[in-house]
Design a protein around this ligand. Structure first.
Ligand SMILES: [Ca+2]
Ligand SMILES: [Ca+2]
Length: 280
């Protein structure tokens, strides 16, 4: 009985939650934590690490930055990042996971990425209910790790439906007030549209891979890329093309005026600690 009791106490605990609320975790959250106990342990014991994928400046061919991606640790339980985030949402642990993932990215970048090279880090807007309060640990982690705020770019995570623009603007503002930058991810995919781009005025725009893939064979895609570049230029935002896999795509996005590129053509995600930083 004692073992069972302690098991349930563990499942009902999340270190981001104030102690006073721990007894009042909704049943559905506890149910999800039991149903996916392995994923629960991944989040609670932080059995994840970060991989980094290079972002190239097409003008200089130098590494401009890296996007940080969540991955399982060696010899730990395997998981797909989106499944982990979906489970975390259903289990009431999304804010906890999102904050830990941001902090891990910042800390891992500190030892492996040189000063001046940008760190693109994903975030889930709905997990940040009060920007200044929820991001305090992120800002502290950056200061403690000695990461220059200017080198941090926070991008709205790709699967998130953006239905509260006012809220998202307040998150962008909180980051920018710290001297950090913000990016609109997956532009051109389901949720991220040109009108949203105009509304949000991010520092960076990431064009979704769906538009970039085979853009050399599709005039409608090229038109869309040029449109995005024109709008971004007006607001002073830097444009990045995601999902580049072929030389032909590099040539087209360059012709369209895109400055940054990311994709397997330039490099796959690798464990952050294994980055070859000497090339910078
Ligand atoms: Ca992203
Ligand atoms: Ca993306």
């Amino acid at each position: 009985m004692n073992a069972l009791h302690s098991f349930f106490c563990t499942l009902a605990k999340s270190s981001e939650e104030p102690t006073v609320f721990r007894k009042w975790i909704p049943f559905l959250h506890v149910y999800e934590r039991i149903k996916h106990v392995e994923l629960y342990h991944v989040i609670e014991e932080q059995l994840f690490t970060t991989y980094s994928q290079p972002i190239i400046d097409l003008k200089t061919n130098n590494i401009y930055g890296y996007e940080f991606l969540l991955r399982p640790v060696d010899h730990g339980p395997s998981f797909r990042p989106y499944e982990l985030f979906q489970m975390a949402e259903r289990a009431g642990m999304q804010a906890h996971l999102d904050a830990r993932a941001r902090i891990a990215s910042i800390q891992n970048s500190a030892s492996s990425v040189p000063l001046g090279v940008k760190r693109f880090i994903n975030f889930v807007p709905s997990s940040i209910y009060d920007p200044n309060h929820c991001l305090a640990t992120t800002f502290k982690a950056a200061a403690d790790a000695g990461v220059d705020p200017k080198d941090l770019v926070f991008e709205v995570v790709e699967t998130e439906e953006i239905n509260d623009i006012k809220h998202l603007k307040s998150i962008f503002k909180a980051y920018q007030e710290q001297g950090m930058k913000v990016a609109l991810d997956d532009l051109g995919a389901g949720h991220a549209t040109l009108s949203l781009l105009k509304e949000l005025q991010p520092d960076y725009v990431k064009i979704d891979r769906e538009i970039v893939s085979l853009c050399d064979e599709d005039h409608a895609k090229q038109h869309m890329i040029r449109q995005i570049v024109d709008i971004a230029k007006e607001m002073g935002a830097i444009v990045l093309a995601e999902g580049i896999e072929r030389k032909e795509e590099v040539q087209i996005v360059l012709q369209c005026g895109v400055q940054l590129a990311q994709g397997y053509y330039f490099g796959r995600p690798v464990p952050t600690e294994k980055l070859n930083t000497t090339s910078n």
